[in-house]
Design a protein around this ligand. Structure first.
Ligand code: ADP
Ligand code: ZN
Length: 723
């Protein structure tokens, strides 16, 4: 290579690497920073993104060359900065963050050149089970790319190509992706009431002045927050931007999408985990080209290759579903705020039960606040009543109080809809032997097996291990003595069918239905096809059920029992949100809350609807304890196959912690779930005051720690999960 004129590209690869690798740029290849390229890596070829371009010097003589440039638009400056900042904030290798952007490799190349397979006329002589699966999938009649067909049939791409060579599959060109309809900004706007109008004006103003402030849209359930942030979206679209509306995944129902579509007379692009590959590709391309103007998506939509992003709305901003625990442990709400700062555009956080983090940011005047105090159309918030369970005489196997049974009966009789909320999956959380007291535990985790009667099995909620329910106790071998203890949603269903045999019951629990079937059930609830709904926490996520007039909380104390510093705040949000599903239609609603802690400040505040008083108390507790948002936390989980070795390693790490003012390293202590999947777990918790540079401390402490063998170290900056 001619060193004098040669240029080098540092290419970031979507792998667990902290740095870009250098490659020579072949003569005549027209690259810019952000371009996607294909490069050799060892014996394979891999896609990457150009992070820097510079002149070569003598030491670069032996570099391998970039193979080719992809057709996709170069990744913009802001997006690359976002990757770098996110990586630095969570101390996560940059390559791992880039991987979240590059999840759709099919979108990197020119769509016109894309080939796909349909069923051919030849039957292969040798029909292996793998081949049979591929042909069965192609019989459904969709043209699919090699990678898609391979993935859908669970085989390697060589199997697909071999069938192609035999003529059992036929190659066709793929039709172009359907275009995204451009939004009509004045299409379906409602006439806003006075409060909404005022709130919308503030948001519109924020867009007009290109302020990059964060605004908390704080309005009671049913106050019309959605209508108000639609106005902010319209203003941003009018200024030529793309807008992103983030929702907890489960709130992405067909009803919600239809509402966005009505407002803008254009179906928005959607982004969530069960999109088909081709739709995923279409959205990625649409965002990269700027053609997709409105994206409604789950947290990972932040990583789409934005080119003109001008507004992010985070709906239900308090939701813990915005925190990802596996892979890169990021919080989408916080990263939306970061993106707004880097991209110099506004961010709207919307909730009826804002997080303490956001409220304290308002107190500190870092965020603005816009309030909606009343439900739209003179609708009242549901009247909430406590049922003191210490005063109830319940039979064995009965979980509903007399008051709740009576109210449910009268609600159904009146032709209305009732929701019974119990935040526990399965039939019973615990099974034990009446003879010897043995509890059924997961063989790989320090956790009880949960009975799932509909599926006739026991399941571990930590590792997914399943086994049939045994007839005899595994310890004393007595038959017929295993008894379920405590209720789950399936056991409640038994009681409910006994009490209300004619009710049209829907059970909304994440383990019974997922994806489309769950969205279908939610639609049924919204349209009134069911009149008695039993639900776990997924019913609390922003759904609008107009026929619902009674909400019964079966066990309000469940979430309060945990040692999580956010337990109170979360219980508040959960109960207020569930209660807030009631009375959103024409008829007023009620909420009955069963509790053994009727004197608890949270329960008293719930009855009075006095959120601010309760949260002020919580803020003070956090402040005194130096917990977020007044102090900062980082969790470190050390796990390994050998208990002693793991503990020793955890202790060694704790001893290595540098002394730093304002930082405490607590632990190691056995994690609350001390074993998962056969791995022993120990926790360290770093507690720092707010003015400490936590990342610098963590880097100085942990950057040269190299866990060996089965040992593993998992770092979680701003943890939300303490198990
Ligand atoms: P939130 O998001 O605050 O819970 P929504 O925006 O979902 O509230 O509004 C609740 C219900 O009230 C929805 O059915 C919505 O269509 C209706 N609504 C809200 N504002 C108006 C308005 N200005 N005119 C007519 N209907 C409205
Ligand atoms: Zn397990």
């Amino acid at each position: 290579m001619n060193v004098a004129s040669a240029r080098i590209a540092d290419v970031l690869l979507p792998l667990a690497l902290g740095q870009a690798y250098s490659y020579a740029i072949p003569e005549g290849m027209d690259l810019e920073v952000g371009s996607f390229v294909e490069v050799p890596l060892g014996t394979r070829q891999i896609f990457g993104c150009v992070w820097a371009i510079r002149d070569a010097n003598q030491t670069n003589m032996k570099l391998k060359s970039i193979m080719r440039k992809c057709d996709a638009e170069a990744l913009g400056d802001t997006h690359r900065k976002f990757i770098e900042w996110l990586s630095a904030y969570y101390l996560e290798p940059m390559g791992n963050v880039l991987r979240m952007v590059m999840r759709v490799p099919a979108a990197l190349d020119d769509p016109r050149l894309q080939k796909a397979w349909i069923l051919g006329d030849v039957r292969p002589e040798k029909l292996t089970p793998q081949r049979a699966r591929v042909l069965e999938i192609s019989q459904q009649g969709f043209a699919m790319k090699t990678s898609e067909l391979a993935e859908a049939s669970g085989v390697g791409s060589s199997v697909v190509k071999a069938l192609g060579a035999l003529g059992a599959l036929k190659e066709v060109g793929l039709p172009p992706h359907a275009k995204f309809t451009q939004p009509d900004l004045n299409a379906g706007g409602l006439t806003l009431n006075a409060d909404q109008h005022k709130a919308a004006l503030v948001l519109r103003q924020m867009i007009a002045t290109r302020s990059h402030k964060v605004t908390l849209l704080d309005g009671v359930t049913g106050s019309g927050k959605t209508e108000v942030y639609f106005e902010a979206m319209a203003a941003s679209l009018a200024a030529g931007h793309q807008v992103l509306l983030l929702l907890p995944e489960i709130a992405l129902t067909a009803q919600f999408i239809a509402r966005v579509e009505r407002r803008f007379n254009a179906e928005p692009a959607q982004w969530h985990s069960d999109l088909k590959p081709r739709e995923r590709e279409r959205v990625w391309r649409g965002v990269a080209s700027g053609e997709a103007r409105i994206v409604v998506g789950a947290r990972s939509a932040l990583f789409l290759p934005w080119v003109r992003l001008g507004l992010i709305v985070v709906d239900e901003e308090h939701e813990s579903a915005y925190k990802q625990d596996e892979g890169v442990p990021y919080h989408a709400r916080d990263m939306a705020v970061l993106y707004g700062t880097l991209g110099k555009f506004p961010v709207v956080l919307s909730s009826a039960t804002p997080s303490l983090e956001s409220l304290v940011n308002v107190d500190r005047q870092r965020y603005d606040i816009v309030k909606l105090k009343d439900r739209h159309g003179r609708r009242e918030l549901p009247e909430t009543t406590l049922i003191d369970m210490t005063q109830e005489k319940l039979e064995a196997g009965q979980w509903l109080s007399h008051a709740l049974i009576n109210d449910t009966a009268s609600t159904l009789q009146a032709g209305d809809q009732a929701l019974l909320f119990l935040n526990r999956r399965g039939f019973a959380p615990l099974t034990l032997c009446r003879t010897c007291g043995h509890r059924l535990h997961c063989p790989q985790c320090a956790a009880a097996m949960v009975e799932h009667r509909f599926r006739k099995q026991l399941q571990c909620h930590h590792c997914g291990h399943v086994e049939p329910v045994p007839k005899a106790c595994p310890s004393c071998h007595t038959e017929g003595q295993l008894v379920p203890v405590g209720p789950g949603i399936e056991r409640l269903a038994e009681e409910v069918t006994r009490l209300f045999p004619d009710a049209r019951v829907a059970i909304l629990s994440s383990d019974l239905a997922r994806g489309q079937s769950l969205r279908d059930t939610l639609k049924g609830v919204e349209e009134g096809a069911f009149n008695l709904v039993l639900g776990t926490q997924l019913v609390a996520k922003g759904h609008h059920f107009p026929h619902l007039t009674l909400v019964g909380v079966v066990d309000a104390d469940l979430a309060l029992e945990s040692s999580d510093p956010r337990a109170g705040e979360r219980t508040w949000a959960l109960l207020a949100q569930v209660a807030g599903r009631s009375g959103r239609g024409i008829k007023p609603g009620r909420a009955l809350v069963q509790t053994y802690l009727a004197q608890h400040p949270l329960m008293k505040a719930l009855v009075k609807g006095d959120r601010d008083a309760y949260l002020e108390g919580e803020k003070r507790i956090r402040e005194m304890a130096g917990l977020p948002p007044h102090g900062r936390l980082a969790g470190v989980v050390i796990s390994g196959k050998d208990a002693n070795e793991t503990q020793r390693f955890a202790r060694d790490i704790a001893l290595k912690a540098p002394a730093a003012e304002g930082v405490q390293v607590l632990g190691p202590a056995p994690a609350p779930i001390a074993m998962v999947r056969g791995r022993y777990r120990f926790r360290l918790l770093v507690k720092a005051s707010r003015d400490v540079n936590l990342q610098a401390f963590l880097a100085a402490w942990l950057s040269d720690v190299k866990p060996k063998g089965s040992l593993n170290l998992q770092l979680d900056v701003d943890p939300y999960n303490f198990l």
